[in-house]
Design a protein around this ligand. Structure first.
Ligand code: ZN
Ligand code: ZN
Length: 439
């Protein structure tokens, strides 16, 4: 008998003994205390079953993680990653729909009575244009492309959890949807494309859970925060044009460099004067290209920046102020400007009730003292598109161990994870899914 069959048997044995208990309780209806004990025991048994399955899949997880890490693909180019996930799901006997919003996949684990309760679990799968600096055997084989945000770990954990939940599907009523999402790192965001491509046309989830690694927290921990957790993010791109010329004859030119400088300074009043003092907002310009010379005023200057906030109403208003100030400043310098401010990611807002339940369930799984409270951050995630439409919980699990105690953070060429954390990533989300399905 292979390992897979042994596990199936373990699960069905639990079911048979539980059914026997339910039958016994039916013929002794006064035994409410027995029922409480029975529920407690079943809970305990299921926890140890999921723990056992998670441990059994440890090698699978490491192999899967190393394969994905060695073969990263940039946002919206996750063709091989998508094929790999599809092959794994096929192997597990999990039906799926592929090609949603590009390389996105929706897997479906159906328990008894599939419409009774529907929840979704989401993982992202794209990598970044970063050149990996750490020399490990499973180092990226693709030049200048690296899984530097841990999306390889997220995909691994969802595949591992899928293996577990597929084996437990006769023990819950309802359906667990598995979302493997492309293009998290790049606008317009794979989440948005999948939703627009009818991701949930056939079946809608009551809630969606997503997890992200955290290099700030040690392996063995999970972190939660109800409400606003990450900001909206909109890109701002400007092209300022004017009549360039000799730097010593500015009266014959339109000084594009001075106009650009004034725009950057003036726009700071949007966050310091126009924004309500209690509304968080960041406006940062990290790119300014004025490619003239000591004595050349260029015809063109490019500026790019990012706008972050949590308030959707203010987000729209801020964009109007930004547009107005840019135009009026350019006008004052006799320059023209092209403004490109495409809609980026909305803020990520965790559902209060679901997040506090998830936090409680996580405490049962790893112990209260290993559950952390996350901070609100001005970083962003395209998971915001899901939180706008469905009750959601975005949480983190710690991946800081000995191996990466002093290495780089997210998006850094020295970024690494402690692979021991994969067990928590797999078991944690499988446990939360189980709890939400059976609560
Ligand atoms: Zn990232
Ligand atoms: Zn990420």
């Amino acid at each position: 008998m292979n390992q897979y069959n042994q596990q199936i048997n373990t699960v069905s044995q639990i079911r048979q003994s539980d059914l026997f208990m339910i039958f016994s309780l039916k013929i002794n209806p006064d035994s409410s205390q027995k029922m409480a004990t029975f529920v407690g025991q079943t809970k305990k048994r299921m926890k140890s079953t999921i723990e056992q399955l998670t441990a059994d899949y440890n090698n699978y997880a490491i192999n899967c993680y190393r394969h994905l890490h060695a073969h990263p693909e940039l946002s919206f180019q996750e063709f091989e990653t998508s094929k790999f996930i599809q092959a794994e799901l096929t192997d597990m006997g999990i039906p799926f729909r592929a090609g949603i919003g590009g390389n996105g996949i929706l897997g479906k684990i159906e328990g008894a009575n599939p419409h009774k309760k529907v929840i979704a679990l989401r993982a992202d799968m794209d990598a970044l244009p970063v050149c990996e600096a750490v020399d490990i055997p499973w180092k990226s084989t693709v030049e200048n492309v690296m899984h530097a945000c841990g999306h390889d770990a997220h995909t691994t954990c969802l595949l591992g959890a899928a293996k577990i939940l597929q084996q437990l599907k006769n023990n819950f009523e309802g359906t667990i949807l598995l979302i493997f999402q492309p293009g998290e790192e790049k606008a317009p965001g794979g989440a948005r494309l999948m939703l627009e491509d009818g991701l949930f046309d056939d079946i809608k989830p009551e809630l969606i859970l997503a997890q992200h690694i955290s290099v700030d927290f040690p392996t063995g921990t999970m972190g939660f925060l109800p409400g606003k957790i990450m900001a909206s993010a909109d890109e701002i791109h400007l092209k300022i044009t004017g009549k360039g010329g000799h730097g010593a004859l500015p009266h014959l030119c339109n000084d594009t460099v001075l106009a650009a400088s004034q725009i950057i300074v003036s726009l700071q009043q949007v966050s310091s004067r126009l924004c309500h003092p209690l509304t968080p907002m960041v406006l940062t310009f990290g790119k300014l290209i004025a490619d003239g010379a000591t004595n050349v005023i260029p015809n063109e200057v490019l500026i790019s920046g990012t706008l972050r906030t949590f308030d959707e109403k203010w987000r729209k208003e801020a964009k109007e102020h930004i547009r107005r100030i840019i135009k009026e400043t350019c006008n004052a310098y006799g320059c023209d400007v092209e403004i490109n401010m495409p809609d980026g990611y909305p803020s990520v807002v965790n559902d209060e009730k679901i997040t506090s339940e998830a936090r409680k369930f996580a405490g049962e799984w790893i112990g209260e003292n290993n559950v952390r409270t996350l901070e609100t951050r001005m970083t962003s995630e395209d998971f915001g598109f899901f939180t706008q439409q469905y009750p959601c919980c975005f949480f983190r699990f710690g991946v800081k161990g000995e191996i990466n105690a002093n290495t780089g953070g997210l998006h850094n060429p020295n970024f690494q994870i402690d692979e021991k954390a994969l067990t928590i990533g797999i078991g944690g989300i499988a446990w939360l899914a189980w709890k939400f399905m059976t609560k």
